[in-house]
Design a protein around this ligand. Structure first.
Ligand code: ADP
Ligand code: MG
Length: 597
């Protein structure tokens, strides 16, 4: 007797359902994605008992004909592809035709649907793959799915579900992944009669704010835009400013409107932030990739979020460059501008107070501005140097591209003020700007020292009495390696026996500062980072030197000194953060001030 036979459909579907529908959240994901594929601009999700008792999705999409409504529950029934080649030009979330067949195998499903062109709609009830009834009903255009008693006929799976709190959290996670990439659609999420989320249609940025902006300060003000277009891929979205990084960041990648996890691309983003973050702190990001469907693995499993790209290394580079560019480019004034979408909504509030509306900052480019017009710290420091020992690099030092591109901000005529012995404050572009004097100067010095290092011409000052620095073996070794770079920076060092160096000259801008702590700082960094690139060493040499020569807190500044400092700061392209990634400035907008009154 032959013993092989085909499984009845309902059993086959139940087995398949095990893969696709693992929990309420996966069921909801399938239903909501179907609504979006049907062109809905409004999707309402209603759950009871974290989806165990009921999951309902109501959309205003294109609906189904009576025949399609019945067909939709068959396995491999789909309107989205008709041949294998279609897989390579996929525009929809679904394509396998498996979801509804799986859902109706393990739940009690009721659907009411109607197309625009039809008079009457269709109601179908299916329990465990068995059609209970199908009839014509009066209804509006769109589709209304009710999935009741999930896994009612699969007790093992029902037991496998977690607590309601956990399942609801899973639902919200899936919901967020979908709403963040579909800001054009209005979403509503109701759980046990409580509205958990109501998201009007808007821009990507507004959607991010709607989902994560619970605190007083807007969430999106901690983000900057990222955008790049290449032949291979276009990338857009938002990334967190380094100072807003924290231990629980929101990190989202999407490709062709689909949420994805991508540890490799995550690394690219983190690489761009190197040196800017506190330990254990990571930035939030919302990064959207658009790529031709044939450049990714289309056979995406419904429950899997990892996606393979044909050209991962090239995209890694493009992503890294895009994140770097945004981090380098943004600064405080455009970040006020960045708020304009939201500010527009707030405008009536401002005019109520008769205050001037927010103005876009005036940015003008001053190609003749030369940061070398002022000698580094000339107004603040009296370096002890022998004039003849000066190697004059100023005339020849080529301005690098950065300085030439640097935007020059039209600073207002109003005199800046020093407050609390550490901040320079000045009204600017409808906001009050606060600049940290030490960090501002540190950033300027860093930039100028870097240029000097690149030009390999340090301005030296001969020591009247050479000093020595005593080192251990490891430090001696490192010092020998770094000697050329230190020489370029202006340190003239000469080995004295096995454990010391004589310091014959130091960089002019160190003034009266003791050179030993700075050298030890540089050595400590290089030994810690284990780096072997001159570029890295030079970065650290510039960082350590800039930190030690920068105007200290508590130092009183004249109006001219403050104006000079601001002018030099804003002449830099990267002026919002210190080389170590700490914010140099912040602002309080008129809007924020108004809210306090
Ligand atoms: P897939 O989405 O992979 O095509 P599904 O089983 O999820 O498979 O859905 C089967 C078919 O049912 C879809 O291709 C679509 O034509 C139709 N359908 C499902 N949900 C909706 C909806 N909300 N509005 C209109 N049509 C729908
Ligand atoms: Mg589907």
């Amino acid at each position: 007797m032959d013993i092989i036979h085909l499984l009845p459909d309902n059993v086959a579907n139940q087995i398949a359902a095990g893969e696709v529908i693992q929990r309420p959240a996966s069921c909801l994901k399938e239903l909501v994605e179907n609504s979006l594929d049907a062109g809905a601009t409004s999707v309402q999700v209603i759950v009871r008992e974290a989806g165990r008792a009921l999951m309902q999705v109501i959309d205003n999409g294109k609906g189904m004909s009576p025949t399609d409504a019945r067909m939709a529950f068959e396995r491999h029934a789909t309107s989205k592809i008709s041949c294998a080649a279609d897989l390579f030009s996929l525009q929809t979330m679904g394509f396998r035709g498996e979801a509804l067949a799986s859902i109706c195998a393990v739940a009690q499903v009721e659907v009411v649907t109607k197309r625009e062109e039809d008079e009457m709609g269709t109601l179908i009830e299916i329990y465990g793959s068995d059609v209970q009834r199908q009839e014509a009903v009066a209804t509006t255009t769109g589709t209304n799915f009710k999935v009741k008693n999930l896994f009612y006929n699969v007790p093992a799976r029902r037991r496998f579900l977690k607590t309601n709190a956990t399942e609801l959290r899973n639902i919200i996670t899936e919901y967020n992944r979908i709403v963040l990439v579909n800001p054009q659609c209005h979403f509503l999420l109701v759980s046990d009669d409580e509205v958990l989320s109501d998201l009007p249609a808007g821009s990507f940025k507004q959607r991010i704010e709607q989902v994560f902006g619970r605190t007083k300060q807007t969430f999106t003000s901690s983000l900057v835009e990222i955008s790049t277009e290449t032949e291979l891929v276009s990338i857009h979205g938002f990334i967190g400013k380094p100072e807003s990084a924290n231990k629980m960041p929101q990190q989202f990648f999407f490709v062709n409107n689909r949420f994805m996890r991508h540890p490799y691309f995550h690394k690219a983003v983190m690489t761009a932030y190197q040196g800017m973050l506190l330990p254990d702190h990571t930035p939030s990001y919302f990064i959207y990739f658009d790529i031709h469907p044939d450049a990714i693995d289309v056979n995406i499993h419904p429950t899997k979020t990892e996606i393979k790209f044909a050209d991962e290394q090239a995209i890694w580079q493009i992503l890294l460059a895009a994140v770097r560019e945004s981090l380098g480019k943004f600064n405080i004034v455009p970040s006020i501008d960045f708020e304009s979408e939201v500010s527009l909504l707030d405008l009536p509030h401002i005019s109520e107070t008769n205050a001037a509306p927010l103005q876009a900052p005036q940015v003008s480019f001053n190609p003749t501005y030369n940061p070398f017009d002022q000698r580094i710290a000339a107004s603040t420091y009296q370096p002890r140097m022998k004039e003849e020992a000066l190697i004059d690099w100023q005339e020849e030092a080529p301005l690098n591209d950065e300085s030439q591109d640097a935007a020059h901000f039209d600073l207002p005529d109003i005199a800046p003020m020093q407050v609390m012995g550490r901040y320079i404050t000045v009204p600017m572009a409808g906001a009050l700007l606060f600049v940290d004097q030490h960090r501002a100067h540190q950033t300027i010095c860093y930039h100028e020292i870097s240029i000097q290092l690149d030009g390999q011409k340090g301005m030296m000052q001969q020591m009247l009495f050479p000093e020595t620095i005593t080192l251990n073996d490891e430090q001696m070794q490192l010092m020998r390696t770094l000697r050329d770079d230190l020489q370029d920076a202006g340190f003239d060092l000469e080995q004295l026996g096995h454990s010391a160096f004589a310091i014959n000259s130091i960089p002019a801008l160190l003034g009266n500062k003791a050179p030993q702590p700075i050298l030890l700082d540089i050595l400590a960094y290089v030994s810690e980072s284990g780096g072997s690139a001159h570029e890295q060493w030079r970065k650290q040499i510039a960082t350590s030197m800039a930190r030690s020569v920068a105007i200290p807190y508590g130092k009183l500044l004249s109006v001219e000194e403050m104006q000079d400092l601001l002018k030099r700061l804003f002449a830099l392209k990267e002026h919002a953060y210190t080389p170590e990634g700490k914010p140099v400035m912040t602002s309080i907008s008129q809007n924020e001030l108004d809210k306090r009154f």
